[in-house]
Design a protein around this ligand. Structure first.
Ligand SMILES: *Cc1c(COP(=O)(O)O)cnc(C)c1O
Length: 217
């Protein structure tokens, strides 16, 4: 199956309320274009420079989709990233949120808090604790150019079933924050190997690369 057929099939299988963000790192403009023509609505990129190149190569097609920053954001790339991305999924500190807010200059930027759901020492992301997340979310809510719209999590590189309790924990944090007045819309969790379990546990946004485009080389 080619990229268009695969995307269309996934879009049929995955419930309507779940957004598919195509994780397009290392993919050629032709591959990404094929997915856009098959109906892809959202693209996720890990590096600002790579995203800028892809954006340029796609020309007017690039503006048909929403662009999400799904990699770690370096503060010296914020200016450039603001001209590309509408959504920043990997905000894990108030300082980083403040820097984006300062440079956003009247543009409303959608941000998600990245949660280090298994509290892995080597991983970025905020601590998976309700109080920590509530404080961070409230801080971000008070910044004029940012809108706090979601939580994002990666989880450790283990088998999907092993991830299930972490996904469940992320969903609980998501619900608890909403119950406490944080207007979250998106719970971004699940990748090619784990999206089915993530959706069962309440994800409404999956980030898919391999399952759409094939293995990365
Ligand atoms: C690459 C990537 C994905 C998608 O990974 P696949 O296993 O190829 O589906 C999802 N999220 C992030 C943050 C990524 O970097």
């Amino acid at each position: 199956m080619g990229i268009s057929e695969t995307y269309a099939k996934l879009r049929q299988e995955i419930p309507k309320g779940v957004t598919i963000v195509l994780a397009a790192k290392q993919r050629s403009p032709a591959e990404v274009l094929e997915a856009i023509n098959a109906g892809a609505t959202d693209i996720g990129m890990n590096y600002v420079q790579e995203a800028a190149q892809l954006f340029k190569s796609l020309g007017s097609e690039a503006k048909k989709v929403r662009w999400h920053m799904i990699g770690h954001l370096q503060s010296n790339k914020i200016n450039k990233s603001l001209s590309l991305f509408e959504t920043f999924q990997t905000i894990d500190s108030f300082e980083l949120a403040q820097e984006i807010d300062k440079k956003a200059a009247g543009k409303k930027v959608s941000v998600f808090i990245e949660v280090n759901i298994a509290d892995e020492p080597a991983k970025s992301g905020a601590k998976p604790e309700f109080e920590t997340l509530l404080e961070l979310a409230k801080g971000i809510s008070a910044l004029p150019n940012l809108s706090i719209d979601g939580l994002m999590t990666m989880g450790p590189p283990v088998e999907a079933e092993t991830l299930r309790p972490y996904f469940r924990k992320a969903k609980k944090l998501f619900d608890d924050l909403k119950r406490n007045g944080i207007n979250l819309k998106h719970l971004s969790m699940g990748m090619s190997d784990s999206y089915k379990v993530a959706i069962e546990e309440g994800s409404n946004m999956v980030r898919l690369g391999t399952v759409v485009f094939g293995p990365r080389i």
